[in-house]
Design a protein around this ligand. Sequence first.
Ligand code: 4AD
Ligand code: MG
Length: 461
Amino acid sequence: MSTSFRIAAVLKTAKGGNALTVKGWIRSIRTSKGITFISLNDGSCVTGLQVVIEPGMPNYDDVCRLGSGSAIAVEGVLVDSPAAGQAIELKADTITIYGTVDENYPLQKKHHSFEFLRSIAHLRPRANTFGAVFRTRSALSFAIHRFFRERGFVYVHTPIITANDCEGAGELFKVTTIDSASPPMLNGKIDYSNDFFGQPTGLTVSGQLEGELLAMGLSSIYTFGPTFRAENSNTSRHAAEFWMVEPEIAFADLADDADLAEDFIKYLCRFVLEECAEDMAFFDKQIETGLIQRVTALAQSDFVRMDYTEAIERLTQAPVTFKYPVEWGLDLQTEHERYLAEQIVGGPLFVLNYPKDIKSFYMRQNDDGRTVAAMDLLVPKVGEIIGGSQREERLDRLEQRMNQMGISTGALSWYLDSRRWGSCPHAGFGLGFERLIMYLTGMENIRDVIPFPRTPGHAEF
Ligand code: 4AD
Ligand code: MG
């Protein structure tokens, strides 16, 4: 066989006259005036390569019987296409058939609903939208590493199995080797001293606490890994397994944290526009009209910064009735977050300095005695995509807050040690990777931006 190429490379650089091989899956096949045309896709780009087959080919009849979804290799010569729709096409000399399909192949039609495609998540990577989403997801992962590397951040790996519940929300999935049919008991309770780790453990809800320890020696770090939350919220923005990016910066305050987050998001916007141009054009056409313009504007905008107290005032004055109450001291719901971003600001905004009672124990207490140095980045359509804070670096204040909130200082003594010896102001944030992808592609359901979504009742593939 001649040298094998990916279709993206062929469409970009190859010229008429080149002999080459491409391999992929048939998207569509039709015969017209005795000539057969195949649109072949290999996942390297949205556009398929047109393959032209003339009846002289030895297995011509077998090829004509192939259905969309079949896997083949085509060896041939590129020619300038006489028809509109493509600049070049591949005139086939030989076709090797790897895998055929039968009439039960679920992806026969051109258009399927996202709901249906979710039910065949094992096959949907072959659908155009999912090809585009997963290529963009891959490109953005690379961009995240490049952003931090260019700024001297150290990429660290924090544990997936942990004994701490960083966010304190009790959303930990248990990790245990205890036989649930006959657990060892002590005084009427499961005796975890006999479990694998000798104590109750779970899957991490955030790498932050460990990330802070690494920042306290390496100055600027980030984590980027799977994160788990057993929250039973069946929404379009929550997954039980998602990926989070968590930078942590030593010698930094809340303003530095927000500046970093703003630079980061804008960098990622520019990156997708430049590096994923074809996929972005596809999303703009098929998923959200005006997407490219929106992301371009975002890359050039200044993100608004607004105190929580002001956000509550603005929401109270808004001429709409919300489903959930708006009141100082209550957390913002998605409807409030979206109203702030979409109606009040018309773009992304940081809401800063939330009431301490609705935020985690580790956030730095402000001098007003009632708020903490927290920040959420809210964006139109999605709501919160980043949650972060300046951390409480003062040992006495941190211990006092943990005691007030009933968090064991003994179990987190290692965390408190970082405040005991060489403590310094520091801050960080967590970006929900899937929410970022939703925001940058226009996809509206988190289940459609991660290959195999884990949500309540769903772990089948
Ligand atoms: O706001 P969260 O809970 O913050 C933290 O976990 C901090 N420890 C981060 C830090 O300061 N290092 O989560 C951060 C982000 C959210 O803004 C959201 O984008 C995403 O993680 N997120 C989820 N994404 C999908 N499904 C879920 N169930 C999510 N929960 C949070
Ligand atoms: Mg949050």
